[in-house]
Design a protein around this ligand. Structure first.
Ligand code: G3P
Length: 215
């Protein structure tokens, strides 16, 4: 399974705290041979991408030029990321923008993990062939209630639909995932990875929380 730890914009994952979390991820990756990637805050990308495989939390569909305030795909690549998360429920994009970002990312050779909030969106996004689609139920994000426990049938449906449309796109899921049991359910339902944020970043003991997820 692939584990994406989304640092979001939590105070607990900014700067030195984010770097500490990345080092913990690196240690557990190594010890348990677990495929864990970090999705840190933008200002920490350069440093954290030297420690663990890293995705940015967003990019814009722009090339070099006059785009003040945009997140240039080439700049996150230059910072060392292997790809980008896009269209997270907290950073929604139009289909046009999603298509543009996926096209630019392919040109640059970076991976795209595109979030989708429902099956209709999964079907729309799949046409653009991102590397991964991550199905996250917005209602359950940050709720402490796991999509694997609360809506397993939604994960199955997502995996089934994605496999029918384009079996090369790798299905991931997230929202409220916190434990190994959640991961096992997601895996049994066909997801190849999970996105996790609050259960790790906001845990009192991040090491224990990460071990509880992966071990
Ligand atoms: O990207 C992962 C995220 O949206 C899930 O958040 O806090 O429910 O694990 P959380």
């Amino acid at each position: 399974m692939l584990y994406l730890i989304n640092f979001k914009t939590y105070e607990e994952s900014l700067g030195i705290k984010g770097i500490k979390l990345a080092n913990l991820i690196a240690e557990i990756r190594e010890k348990l041979n677990a495929d864990i990637w970090a999705v840190p805050q933008f200002t920490d990308l350069k440093e954290i991408s030297k420690i663990v495989p890293t995705l940015s939390q967003h990019i814009d569909s722009v090339l070099f030029g006059s785009h003040t305030g945009s997140i240039l795909p080439a700049s996150v690549k230059d910072a060392g990321v292997m790809g980008t998360l896009i269209n997270h429920s907290e950073r929604r994009l139009s289909l046009d923008k999603i298509e543009g970002i996926i096209t630019v990312s392919k040109q640059l050779g970076i991976k795209t993990v595109c979030c989708a909030a429902d099956i209709k969106e999964v079907m729309d996004i799949a046409k653009f062939s991102p590397d991964y689609i991550a199905y996250e139920d917005p209602e359950l994000i940050g709720s402490g209630r796991s999509i694997a426990q609360e809506k397993p049938e939604a994960i199955s449906k997502f995996v089934e639909v994605l496999n029918e449309i384009n079996p090369e796109i790798i299905p991931l899921c997230g929202a409220g995932i916190a434990t190994k049991q959640d991961v096992q359910i997601a895996q049994e339902l066909g997801a190849k990875g999970v996105l996790v944020a609050s259960a790790i970043v906001k845990a009192e003991d991040q090491r224990e929380a990460l071990l509880n997820l992966v071990l």
